[in-house]
Design a protein around this ligand. Structure first.
Ligand code: CTP
Length: 398
């Protein structure tokens, strides 16, 4: 990676000592490294160690006049191909989320346009604090990469989530970012996500528990790999910020069907992860239904099956991936669905495993291909599951 410029921002947490290993890892792999540290970080590490390891001057002072013609926070921001804030305290996360610039690191962060990685490190209760979590969401919306903290023994003596990820993992994450080939560059990928809401009357609907997270992870991962993604999503609180993602919001199964059918023709890969309602009310009451009767019957009609419709009209050069959620004879039923809907891969969600399926950030799946191969994942983060699904898609659709 000769020539790639890394700025490491160190803030004031005990994990600052691990950043010294991070500097070493980048240097020994041929990266150029410069370091900006906050005043509090300097309580944990020394200038001599950082300058010796990085073989560059350490920046700590916004008003450093040793090189009068150089405005450090601007020149460093322009020099960087990537900034890694490790450890990232709640303080720097909050500052960058709200554009506060009051020291060398926070001003440099505001001035840079390059990819920024944050490796949070703090006490578990601080990490879980809602405002901190909200600020992390704001960073994600800005397009920052969050290298989630690990769980384990914390410096304060408790055990929980908040330990900065190990330097070799942080290095691997960033190194992969620079070296990965954009496998999906030039490909159009359509992804459906979330639930659909089928209106009963002006205030009520039939819906389901899908959060949309699996579909959003797929969209982000595909976009990261260079794809032009169209994300057709039902109602969800989730946000996405990647410039390669074009988001289309829909409410009902019929709207999702119409939107997908309009663009299906131009797609290379289609992934139907939405939990689409199978039935919708035959009629939507124009006014709120009153509770005048002891019983109420709703008449429902079948919705269009988007996966099946696309499956039966797609070209051979298009790859179609469906999802299945089964409660019995899982493999048998999922395989049947794969063939009747004419998909190339079916992803079988597990309902049996704790931490998989709806309302979790993790999932465990089995993927079955048209030619009968089966791949089973372990329980892991939905982003990692999304990468597994895209790996298989790329193998089949090369
Ligand atoms: N699907 C779809 N359109 C629908 C219903 C489902 O595109 N109207 C897609 C889902 O996005 C998913 C797959 O079909 O990729 C499987 O959905 P699932 O609800 O598990 O299967 P169904 O075909 O609805 O069959 P059943 O509910 O009887 O198991």
């Amino acid at each position: 990676m000769a020539g790639k410029h890394i700025v490491i921002g160190i803030t004031g947490g005990i994990a600052a000592y691990k950043s010294l290993f991070l500097i070493r890892l980048f240097k020994s792999n041929g990266y150029e490294v410069r370091v900006v540290a906050t005043q509090h970080a300097m309580e944990f590490v020394t200038r001599l160690t950082i300058e010796t390891l990085s073989q560059n001057k350490l920046y700590t002072d916004m008003f450093d006049t040793s090189e009068p013609r150089d405005v450090h926070h601007i020149s460093l921001a322009e020099w960087a191909d990537c900034v890694i804030v490790a450890p990232a305290t709640a303080n720097i996360i909050g500052k960058y989320a709200h554009a506060i610039a009051d020291d060398a690191l926070s001003t440099m962060l505001l001035a840079t346009k390059c990819p920024v990685f944050f490796a949070p490190a703090m006490n578990d209760r601080m990490f879980e604090e809602p405002t901190v979590q909200h600020n992390i969401e704001l960073l994600k919306q800005k397009g920052c990469h969050i290298i989630a903290p690990a769980s384990g023994f914390l410096a304060c003596g408790s055990t929980g989530t908040g330990r900065m990820e190990e330097p070799d993992k942080i290095f691997a994450w960033v190194h992969q970012f620079f070296t990965k080939d954009l496998r999906l560059k030039g490909k159009n990928v359509m992804i459906t996500a979330g639930p659909t809401y089928e209106p009963i009357d002006p205030v009520r609907f039939i819906g389901n528990h899908s959060s949309g997270l699996m579909g959003f992870c797929l969209a982000e991962e595909a976009a990261e790999e260079g794809a032009d993604v169209t994300l057709v999503t039902g109602p969800t609180q989730l946000t996405c910020s990647h410039p390669n993602i074009h988001r289309v919001d829909v409410t009902t199964a019929e709207e999702m069907f119409q939107q997908c059918m309009q663009i299906a023709d131009q797609q290379d890969i289609m992934i139907m992860s939405a939990a689409v309602a199978d039935y919708t009310p035959l009629e939507t009451a124009p006014e709120k239904i009153k509770k005048d009767n002891d019983e109420l019957s709703l008449r429902l009609k079948k919705t269009h099956d988007i996966l099946s419709t696309i499956g039966h009209q797609k070209r051979d050069d298009q790859l179609l991936i469906g999802f299945a959620l089964e409660t019995e004879n899982e493999i048998e039923n999922a395989t049947k669905k794969l063939h009747t809907k004419n998909a190339d891969i079916i992803v079988l969600n597990s309902l049996r495993d704790k931490g998989a399926g709806f309302r979790t950030s993790t999932n465990k799946v089995r993927m079955i291909t048209k030619d009968g191969q089966t791949f089973e994942s372990e329980l892991k983060d939905k982003h990692a599951i999304a990468r597994d699904i895209l790996d298989l898609a790329c193998q089949i659709n090369h």
